[in-house]
Ligand binder design. Structure first.
Ligand SMILES: Nc1ncnc2c1ncn2[C@@H]1O[C@H](COP(=O)(O)OP(=O)(O)OP(=O)(O)O)[C@@H](O)[C@H]1O
Ligand SMILES: [Mg+2]
Length: 290
């Protein structure tokens, strides 16, 4: 059974002003995410990525109000019948700006906060804090103040804080948007390592097409509250013009492939650097051999 099943999901936020119109954000989304899958969500500003992320742990609509139609089923249970607190134990949410998610004076207190709220015994909390910090590579930072961490380290701490709840599903809403390339690389490396050690299902809104090409199993492109494209990243990210029309950037090597195709009449479709290197090496070898 799929970890996440979204059926014909429509959602509108309450009007921004009294007497105004509801703001339609999702217009009939159908989507399933399998256990252990890494699904990337892309799409232009306002396409509905954040709204879809928030619907997975019930913040939409429980905290936002508004009008919802259709169903979101997470681990077999409809989000309509569960509280945000119940859902948060299963679905960990990480936001764009790590500063807005970190409140504590010490790294270890940040990670202990969730398990403490679950009312877990002290030893279990300590076990989880150690485990979660180790999982994101921050065990040496236990006693530090989160304020002293780099952007990438802060976001890894935010991931550890969520992991300490032992969720089955991790939802990340543009977690690297406020980070430099080094910080973004750290976050993606952390996710890669996590997936090797636990059966985590990941849904991630992101603009980092290079990393989507390297790590995501599937890509959904949202446009005006609908899923415009859904498929393997290598299949979708090589469709450069189509993605640009949807407001989605593609990896640089996919741009390069498109330019070579336009100039040379070739049909390159690579989306990752390793792929580009091996395809081009083969091709150039062929040319020099003839
Ligand atoms: N709290 C809110 N109240 C009213 N309308 C909202 C609210 N949050 C988002 N919207 C609207 O809902 C639509 C979808 O927004 P959403 O934030 O989900 O898009 P997004 O794809 O995450 O965009 P971004 O790339 O800017 O993060 C937009 O039209 C947006 O203006
Ligand atoms: Mg957003």
């Amino acid at each position: 059974m799929s970890d996440i099943v979204i059926e014909n999901l429509h959602y509108a936020y309450p009007p921004l002003m009294p007497g105004g119109e509801p703001v339609v954000a999702l217009r009939g989304v159908d989507l399933q995410v399998e256990q252990g899958e890494f699904l990337a969500l892309m799409g232009r500003i306002g396409a509905g990525k954040t709204t879809l992320c928030l619907s997975l742990n019930g913040l939409v609509p429980h905290a936002t109000g508004g009008i919802i139609r259709g169903n979101v089923t997470v681990l077999g249970r409809n989000t309509k019948t569960q509280t945000v607190a119940e859902l948060s134990a299963q679905v960990g949410l990480v936001f764009q700006n790590p500063e807005e998610q970190l409140f504590h004076l010490r790294v270890e207190d940040e990670v202990a906060f969730g398990p403490e709220n679950l009312g877990l015994p002290r030893e279990e909390i300590a076990r989880r804090v150690t485990w979660a910090l180790r999982a994101v590579g921050l065990e040496e930072f236990r006693q530090r103040s989160p304020l002293t961490l780099s952007g990438g380290e802060k976001q890894r701490l935010a991931i550890a804080a969520v992991l300490a709840m032992r969720p089955r599903i991790l939802v990340l809403d543009e977690p690297t948007a406020s980070l430099d390339p080094q910080g973004a690389a750290e976050v993606f490396a952390t996710l890669r390592e996590l997936r090797q050690t636990m059966p985590l299902t990941i849904v991630m809104a992101t603009q980092d097409s290079k990393w989507v090409a390297e790590q995501a199993d599937r890509l959904a492109v949202l446009d005006q509250g609908r899923i415009a494209l859904l498929g393997r990243p290598d299949e979708l990210l090589s469709q450069v013009e189509r993605l640009h029309a949807l407001g989605v950037g593609v990896p640089q090597v996919a741009e390069a492939a498109a330019q070579l195709n336009a100039r040379l009449g070739t049909a390159f479709r690579f989306t990752r650097l390793d792929e580009a290197e091996s395809v081009l090496a083969d091709d150039l070898g062929h040319i020099s051999a003839t």
